[in-house]
Ligand binder design. Structure first.
Ligand code: PAF
Length: 326
């Protein structure tokens, strides 16, 4: 018979017996944005709940603002066990679990409630569970909001306005396909390179949700904001599989509870910034326009060839079941 008694579980037992505690286990948590962003708020809540639930068994070290590199590098760090936890966008997730890319399809979700219901429901949870097979453990889906286009070239109202636009996309094949179909000149790029590429004019624009545009102060390097809402941007709270496997059941429950509360905090931040973010960006000097539903329909029409590929890759039934999910 094999006994698997982790160091973490052992620490819990010592505490229960009133014996001196082992050294605390460090949780390095890395994310691309600042501590006052939706990621930072969620990471703080995550830490707070884990500490409340487990006493002094863990100590957290935060690496905000891409302090441990781009999102792909951080996820690879989780796989080899050099980083314990992260909050990431869906940018590179499909490289680890290809099915994740279905949620990156433009114009898939009606609104935030629709996206949250799908991600928290059976379709989202089934895909989340697949991270367990690739050296990771998906704790929960978070979110960033709907992505919008910013640029320094011109206001955008029709697909013709993005013709040849040098726009940075995430390293995400689904997004890349859409911007190519639109006639833009997309460049996939890791986030840590984006601000200097905008400053140096290597790219004209980028696309991100209000949560990012406001918290990163993209208004300092971009003139125009078009509220295109062309795609929903999920996020994920992930831990390293080797770290997860070393937790005992009560610690796993604590991390699960902490992830759920972190997501509630993250979604609360998104609700606020979706309400107030545009006003903030106008006050900071951005020229803002919003696409009407008819204008959005023209953008959707312009990427119909990409949709053919999405149906081939993910299956029309799955895409339709997400679109019609109530
Ligand atoms: O655009 C991206 O790469 C992501 O949205 C960001 C800003 C790194 C947040 O995860």
């Amino acid at each position: 018979m094999t006994f698997r008694f982790s160091r973490l579980a052992f620490a819990g037992s010592l505490a229960a017996l009133g014996l001196p505690a082992l050294a605390q286990t460090e949780v390095k948590i890395a994310y691309a944005l600042a501590t006052d962003s939706h990621y930072g708020v969620a990471a703080q809540k995550f830490e707070e709940v884990v500490l409340t639930e487990t006493g002094d068994q863990f100590t957290f070290n935060h690496f905000p603002s891409s302090g441990l590199g781009g999102e792909r590098e951080v996820i690879e760090g989780l796989q080899i066990g050099t980083v314990e936890a992260t909050i990431v966008s869906s940018g590179t997730l499909a490289n680890f679990v290809p099915d994740t890319g279905v949620f990156d399809i433009p114009f898939l979700f009606r609104d935030l409630d629709h996206a949250r219901a799908v991600l928290d429901g059976p379709i989202g949870q089934e895909i989340l569970a697949k991270f367990h097979d690739v050296g990771l453990h998906g704790l929960a889906w978070g979110e960033q909001g709907f992505r919008h286009i910013t640029n320094n070239r011109n206001p955008i109202e029709t697909p013709a306005d993005v013709e040849g636009l040098k726009i940075r996309t995430m390293e995400n094949p689904v997004h890349l396909k859409a911007f190519n179909a639109m006639g833009a000149a997309p460049t996939p790029m890791a986030w840590p390179e984006v601000i200097s590429a905008l400053q140096q004019g290597v790219i004209d624009g980028q696309e991100n949700p209000l949560s990012v545009i406001v918290s990163v102060r993209l208004d300092e390097v971009q003139d125009y904001l078009t509220l295109s809402g062309h795609v929903y941007s999920p996020a994920m709270l992930l831990v390293s599989r080797s770290f997860w496997d070393g937790l005992d059941d009560s610690q796993k429950a604590a991390f699960g509870k902490a992830a759920a509360e972190a997501v509630t905090a993250m979604r609360g931040y998104i609700d606020d910034v979706e309400t107030n973010g545009v006003e903030t960006l106008k006050e900071r000097g951005m020229t803002v326009n919003a696409l009407s539903n008819a204008e959005k329909a023209r953008f959707q029409e312009s990427i119909s060839s990409a949709y053919d590929d999405y149906y081939d890759t993910y299956g029309r039934d799955l895409v339709d079941s997400i679109v019609t999910f109530e």
